[in-house]
Structures are given as C-alpha cells and as structure tokens.
Design a protein around this ligand. Sequence first.
Ligand SMILES: [Zn+2]
Length: 306
Amino acid sequence: MPELPEVEVTRSALSRFISNQKIVDLGFSDVWKKQLLRDGSRFASFASEKSSEFGMGGLIGRTVESVSRVGKFYFIHLKEVETQIPETWTVIEGHLRMTGGWWLLPKGAEWPEGFPDKHCHLEIKFENGSQAIYRDVRRFGTLKLMTDEEYYLRLESMGPDPLHDGWNMGKFKDALCSTKRNIKATLLDQSKVSGLGNIYVCEVLHLSSLLPTRISNEIKFQEAANLFEVIAPLLTKAVEVGGTRLTNLDDLQYIHEPQLYLDNFEVHLQVYGREGEPCLKNGCMGVVERIVQQKRSTFYCSSCQY
Ligand SMILES: [Zn+2]
C-alpha cells in the first residue's frame, strides 16, 4: 500500500504534468461510475459534465492550478473562476488506497499496446492534447469534489505532515502526550501524524531504539526527540529513491503507478519484513521479531529497542 513517499512522487509528477492544463473531456468506466454512485459520490455524479459559470456542476472547462499533498492524500487545486461562490468546487481530493495510480500521456505520444485496459477507470483529456488516466485494480481509491470550506475542514482534521513546515518537535511531543495508546498506534493515527504507514512506523521506531509497545505519554522528552529526528529524513530519502527511479517526464510516455514499483521506494529497510533475520544496527547481535498490533504485523528488535 502506498505510503507518504509514493504519494509524494505521484503528487510531484501530477503537479508537473497537469498544472495549468484545461480539462476538455472526462470519462469514467461503467463499473467504477456505478460503484461510486452507489456510494453517493458527487465526483461520479458531476465530474464528467460541463462546469457552470460559478464553477459548480462538472469539471469540463476547469483548469488545474496545482497539486498538493498532506500525508497520504493529494489535492488537485482548480483555478478560481471569475464568479466564484462558496459552492464552487475548488479542490479534488484523492487517495490511492491499495492500488490507485495515474498514467500520464504527453501530447503526441501513444499509450503502450493493450492500454488502456479494464482497470483504467477515469480518463481526462486536456486542451493541450495530453491525457491522464486513473487506473485502480482493486478500486478502493477515491476522488472527491470539495468546496473551499470542505477543504479547510479536511486540513484541520489532519495531523502535521513530516515533510511540511508545520512539523515541529513541540507539536509532535504534544501528540504523544495526548494518548495512552502504544506508540505504534499513535504514529499510525493520521490525526496525530499525517502519512506514516506500517512500514515506516516499524522503521522509525527501530532507528530511534523505541519498542513499538511503549505507551505514548510515557515516552521521555529525549526519546521523543530521537524519534522526531529520524522521521522526516527517512521519508525524504524514500521520496528521493522512488522519485529518481520512477520519474522521467522526459520520456515520451510517462507511467506512474506506485504499487507496481513499491520495491523502488525501499530505502534498505532495517526491520520491516525481516522476521528471523539478524538486526542490522551496528553492534547489535539481536534478531528481528514480529508481533501483531491492531491486527497488523510489527517488526522490531528486542535487543536494541527499549
Ligand atoms: Zn537490534
């Protein structure tokens, strides 16, 4: 499942590709449209129609401004319309969930043979002749239309993102102090920290020598500081590794579907997925163990994590 680094690479590629592009056509696969409509999706009801002069209704005629990200969510911002009102759609919120991804086709290029296939569920054509296709094998991914108000409420509900300015030790320590749950559960809670998933939580706890079963509000200041200090650098490194291996917009055809290339993001994982293997920490003779917390595997080393 994509975590923050994979979503960041998607965001960055999407942003470069669709920013300032005007949407001239948008179509769904029947199967996805039916599924979304059953869930009451406004995106499925409206997106393929023409935009009204107030920027409501559909997306045809709207222009993308930029693409941002908080945690594992990405936000496609739409350019303001002249007659903007509170009901105007200003943002499309996206989440890739298990298998979502975007395939991008520059003007004049051609898709590979056999593509688009049955897993392609949304096709967007832009005025400059380029195209973007959303592909999602398991169809758990989401796209939502939002007004400004809905977008800001959404942001308020999310914890700080370790790669953004609002991420600081004070807020991080407050988040830990506010709960008696184990530290792993707290780090996975997206309202406390945005963007960490199972893999990176195991890794940052190992890097900072903290046992995943420790109670959050009992963690000492120095321990919290050690943990804080390893989070952003590890995520940044994973973004760089994934980004350099995946992103090549100079190619005629640009394909991006993170879950097909998850290995590309692995920044030499120290504990995740290594049960029974020797701990890789310098000087540690321990063996990586696995326990289950909140129904998910946790990998750690009981010799060097306290
Ligand atoms: Zn160890």
